[in-house]
Design a protein around this ligand. Sequence first.
Ligand code: KIV
Length: 270
Amino acid sequence: MTDFSIKDFSNFKSMQKKITMVTAYDYTSAQILESAAIDTILVGDSLGMVIQGKQNTMEVTIEDILYHTKSVRTGAPNSFIIADMPYLSYHFSPNDTIKNAAKLICHGAANAVKLEINHMAAIEHIKALISAQIPVIGHIGMTPQSVNMFGGFKVQGKTNNEALHILELAKEVERSGASAIVLECIPAHLAEEITETLTIPTIGIGAGNSCDGQVLVFHDLIGLTDSPPKFVKSYCNAKEILTQSIETFANEVMNGIFPEVKHSFTGTIK
Ligand code: KIV
């Protein structure tokens, strides 16, 4: 149970209290995150990979995000939920952006939306959302929706020019009214500089230990992902535990061990 609100992004930063964020896509995992008192839950477009089994996030639609946001809200009624704006849901007119975000806020009961930003022209979409009273989280660095422009999932900001571009984007995201900013796969020293420069908090993923908070994908965190990226720490090996449990079930069924009497019902036949 958590009572995190939009104001807590800046409160946590001024108190130097780290912010935790984990993705969820369904009722059950959302329940687990809420009972573990995770500050913020992200319905990420990473669902394209971990739920839909795609190679990247490019095919995820606003309807997909809405469907999963509704399930997550049911599982985590008291949590601060951020819904991802998928590819092409904020690339046309600012009015279209507002309409798409409004679906997630009004029908999915999300508290905020997240937008990937990797060029200055995208900033107007953040401003439009703020004008419609929709809280925004920015996302810069290795923005997965730019995979085709980056030529793969590659660390960004390694050269001086790239680093300056990312720093300028971060400042612009703050100026446009965003409440926090996700920094994905950039060098730790660049994330540290952005974190020190901005007044809004940074939430890192593959961005070192200086960020104001950290986010991980649920499936990576619990060890359900084969060969996770370098920046992931898996806190248990759920894949192994689940596989063993299911194999044990199958063995017990085949050998007549399950179900036992305690799993069965009694009654009379007339
Ligand atoms: O979609 C997602 O899960 C994300 C996180 C990796 C930040 O954007």
